[in-house]
Design a protein around this ligand. Structure first.
Ligand code: FES
Length: 320
């Protein structure tokens, strides 16, 4: 399906993948703060790094001067990472002040996110928190003394509830509470739990039980209808029926004409499809995009993602 992104989200994404000045994709060497969240196996991962100007007398007064990210994910994951860096750099936060940034701030900066993509903003806030904890350790700042809860090792410790995404009971309960998640759909949209095989939805001790426990509700007598994986509005869980090679090639052309070329043409660039074999599309960037340093990322993130979102998750794009 096609996600309805705000203009701000699309712009941030496009600028980032083209490596335009002022964007933040990358990694800081010898970073003062380093944090990661997500995993490539689960579809989204973010590595966040920042640099501070050190205060000579009091490390709590260090100021963040530079922030960078490396994100594996979709349009909204890249845009949310850009938003996070822009928010931080724009306000000269101390790392402790940066902990106040929430996923809602990221969503606001992006002028909104589709419900099923809320997890991209949560991923940014989680990676930031991990990076601040890392900075505090390096600079000898006792966050507990400042009243900050750093007991967030639940990702590794505790009963595993959602095996597909490796999420434990303590972590899920904390996020259900912090993000005010009231339904399984909310949980899936925000942190992906329950968005794959769905076997953790109504099993004893599963997502519904945890939601009921956090909000003090009695277990529901009538089971909810299952939530579609990742909030996608597909009518069936299995992959779509195979297309003929002609129909597949036609769909690829249509998606590229509709979603990719207009973006590239804004920068006097374009895309040439060289060949299509099975589910693999061989193509090259032309015009002003030819030889662009961000070319491989544009092909992977913009072109391949558009084809996956609109045709089939199995589509691959190879640069020739
Ligand atoms: S176990 Fe939670 S989605 Fe599969």
């Amino acid at each position: 399906m096609t996600w309805q992104y705000s203009q701000k989200t699309t712009e941030l994404f496009m600028n980032a993948v083209q490596g335009k000045p002022g964007t933040h994709m990358g990694e800081i060497d010898n970073a003062d703060g380093f944090g990661e969240h997500g995993s490539i196996a689960c579809g989204d991962a973010l590595r966040f790094t920042f640099k501070v100007e050190r205060d000579p007398g009091d490390p709590r007064k260090d100021r963040i001067t530079e922030a960078r990210y490396l994100t594996f994910g979709c349009t909204s994951a890249i845009a949310a990472s850009e938003a996070l860096c822009a928010i931080i750099e724009g306000s000269e936060f101390t790392p402790i002040e940066a902990l106040e940034i929430t996923n809602q701030d990221i969503i606001k900066y992006l002028d909104g996110l589709p419900q099923a993509k809320i997890h991209c903003s949560v991923m940014g806030a989680e990676a930031l928190e991990a990076a601040v904890f890392n900075w505090a350790q390096k600079r000898g700042v006792d966050l507990v003394e400042l009243g900050i809860d750093i007991s967030h090792d639940e990702q590794e410790e505790g009963r595993l509830v959602c095996k597909c995404f490796g999420l434990t009971e303590p972590y899920l309960k904390r996020k259900i509470n912090e993000l005010e998640l009231r339904t399984i759909g909310d949980v899936t949209n925000a942190i992906k739990a329950g968005g794959a095989c769905m076997s953790c939805h109504h099993t004893p001790g599963g997502l519904q039980d945890l939601i009921d426990e956090v909000w003090g509700r009695q277990p529901a007598k009538i089971k909810e209808l299952p939530v579609l994986p990742m909030g996608r509005e597909t009518k069936k869980a299995e992959p779509p029926a195979e297309m003929s090679p002609y129909r597949f090639a036609k769909s690829v052309e249509d998606v590229i004409d509709k979603f990719v070329r207009p973006q590239l043409q804004k920068d006097q660039g374009n895309l040439e499809i060289v060949d299509i074999k099975d589910m693999t599309v061989y193509c090259r960037l032309i015009g002003a995009c030819q030889g662009c340093a961000g070319g491989p990322q544009t092909l992977k993130i913009l072109v391949e993602q558009a084809l996956k979102d609109n045709i089939d998750e199995r589509v691959k794009v190879i640069e020739v």
